[in-house]
Design a protein. Structure first.
Length: 241
């Protein structure tokens, strides 16, 4: 009798999504870290400033701070029409590499081999839009834009801060911005312990073409914070781009 579970669904929806058992659903894990959150709201990513989304689709300049970084790098994002695109480029150390495709959004970037010795910056002009810290291999940013004809469903959010205490706490909030310009800053909450989990019985839905990120600030001095998001991306129009 075969023990192969690949041909049928189990009672664990998340497990089946992760295995690719639903043609219209994809598991999305978003994680970010900010080791110096100040007393004003900052994006939870590894650059300790508020994130700036590109204003138009543009080619990207990718460069490392170390000449030894010559591995392939995969960039996944969206084009000018919010359609998912990706491109693999080969790093050339200290010399910038320009993508052939134009990106309106960058959802993630990851090296495809080895370990990056230097920090890898992905910019449009002088503005940093994605960063991979030395030795990390992948972007660490709770920043995501929902592709055209898709919806993102947030199932679980975990927030960690080893520096949060009763007298020095962290405030977090969810930021969304639609392609039409509507901005919402919602679900604001404080964190005064090392970890808090939000496991949603009914998932939070984010519509297509919507920018999503987490922001945080410290009540005093600086705090360290990490956020992990488990979500499912659903294709609302299977068969379309």
């Amino acid at each position: 009798m075969s023990n192969d579970l690949s041909d049928f669904h189990t009672q664990n929806f998340g497990f089946d999504v992760a295995r690719g058992n639903f043609s219209d659903c994809t598991a999305v894990n978003i994680f970010g870290f900010n080791n110096s959150v100040g007393e004003s709201f900052e994006t939870v990513w590894n650059d300790s400033v508020a994130y700036t989304f590109p204003s138009s689709a543009s080619t990207l300049s990718v460069v490392s701070t170390n000449a030894a970084d010559t591995m392939d790098l995969l960039i996944i994002g969206l084009d000018a029409n919010y359609v998912q695109i990706s491109e693999t480029i080969t790093l050339t150390g200290l010399t910038p590499v320009i993508t052939s495709k134009s990106f309106l959004r960058i959802n993630t970037a990851i090296i495809l081999s080895g370990s990056n010795v230097g920090g890898i910056s992905i910019k449009i002009g002088a503005t940093l839009h994605a960063f991979i810290g030395a030795g990390l291999g992948i972007t660490q940013a709770v920043i995501y834009t929902v592709p055209k004809d898709h919806s993102l469903y947030l199932f679980r959010i975990t927030v960690n801060s080893a520096t949060a205490t009763g007298s020095q706490y962290v405030t977090i909030r969810n930021y969304t911005s639609t392609s039409t310009g509507r901005v919402l800053r919602i679900a604001e909450a404080t964190l005064s312990s090392s970890q808090i989990d939000y496991s949603r019985q009914i998932p939070f839905k984010i519509e297509e073409k919507t920018d999503f990120l987490f922001e945080a600030k410290s009540s005093a001095s600086t705090n360290v914070i990490a956020v992990f998001v488990e979500a499912v991306l659903r294709n609302d129009k299977p068969g379309s781009l």
